[in-house]
Design a protein around this ligand. Structure first.
Ligand SMILES: Nc1nc2c(ncn2[C@@H]2O[C@H](COP(=O)(O)OP(=O)(O)OP(=O)(O)O)[C@@H](O)[C@H]2O)c(=O)[nH]1
Ligand SMILES: [Mg+2]
Length: 288
């Protein structure tokens, strides 16, 4: 079995306490998916914090843990009970957008933040509308859609109109996931974003990107491109259960200044939890 980040750190510390604080630590962090820039920053900060004071690998672990925790950004999902709340889900193919929408609907129902309506805004992929309709019927929430090939902007427009007419509190809007260049993405999202912004009025709008914890560095690029195209409010780290690590989240917080709301811990409806910094860093560092 592969050594945990901490086990490698420990070996390094005994071989050369100095090296444990500089380049080689940087390499270990890069391998944990932190990305070059963030890994360098973290190891340099750790060097400053540790100076000559660190006497054991366990002390080094604690310092690194504090540092990594401080570098993570988390956020509570904005919600105003007096207004309409629109959560627009974005992300590339298969990251877990539709599943995260169903899980969030379930969570909001539990917290009595409904009524909720789902907008079947993925009009591109075959069977996407049926998939969200199935979630809707399981959750007993309304789904507004127009079928495959429809204009996603028009679907969102309808959903917002219908939510206001019915006095719903939340609209959870799905979108199609396609691999993108920034230009294509801007063009595709333009209409949806314009409708979201103008029709939500003084209500709450959160543009949420879903990234898959198992994809590593690629997820950073996705966050960068979507943030430039749409101006994100925060992220969901899906499939955390399948990776147990997701070091890329640290680069996204550090380099893009974006926070995480939730992480996905399984395929079932209750498996969307508030992003837990402590558990995240413990998972990344691995067993003592
Ligand atoms: N283990 C695990 N599986 C997940 C999680 N979130 C989503 N999945 C699975 O990932 C697969 C894709 O999820 P979808 O929600 O359909 O992804 P999507 O982004 O809507 O995909 P497209 O509509 O094709 O763009 C499904 O099999 C989900 O069950 C998670 O947190 N953990
Ligand atoms: Mg989907």
């Amino acid at each position: 079995m592969a050594l945990s980040l901490f086990q490698r750190l420990k070996n390094l510390f005994f071989a050369s306490p100095h090296a444990a604080l500089v380049e080689e630590l940087e390499d270990i962090l890069i391998e944990a998916d932190l990305g070059y820039k963030t890994a360098k920053l973290m190891s340099e900060r750790l060097k400053t914090m540790a100076k000559d004071r660190v006497k054991s690998p366990e002390e080094l672990r604690e310092l690194l843990k504090t540092l990594l925790k401080e570098s993570l950004l988390t956020k509570t999902l904005a919600y105003d009970p007096q207004k309409l709340n629109l959560y627009l889900f974005l992300g590339v193919n298969g990251v877990g957008k539709t599943t995260s929408i169903a899980k969030l609907a379930y969570r909001l129902e539990q917290e009595q933040k409904g009524p909720i309506v789902l907008a079947a805004g993925d009009t591109f992929r075959a069977a996407a509308v049926q998939q969200i309709q199935l979630h809707g019927s399981r959750l007993k929430v309304r789904v507004i859609g127009q079928g495959q090939g429809a204009d996603p902007g028009a679907v969102l427009y309808d959903a917002l109109d219908s939510a206001r007419a019915q006095g719903d509190k939340v609209v959870l809007a799905d979108t199609a996931g396609r691999m993108h260049t920034k230009e294509n993405l801007v063009r595709e999202l333009q209409k949806v974003l314009k409708i979201a912004q103008s029709r939500i009025g003084d209500g709450v709008l959160q543009k949420i990107l879903v990234i898959d914890a198992t994809t590593g560095q690629n997820a950073f690029q996705q966050a960068k491109v979507f943030h430039e195209a749409a101006g994100l409010d925060g992220l969901v780290l899906s499939k955390y259960d399948s990776s147990g690590k997701g070091g890329i989240a640290l680069s996204i917080c550090q380099e893009l200044g974006l926070p995480f709301y939730f992480w996905g811990t399984g395929e079932k409806l209750p498996d969307l939890e508030v992003f837990d910094k402590d558990r995240f860093v413990e998972g990344l560092l691995g067993a003592k």
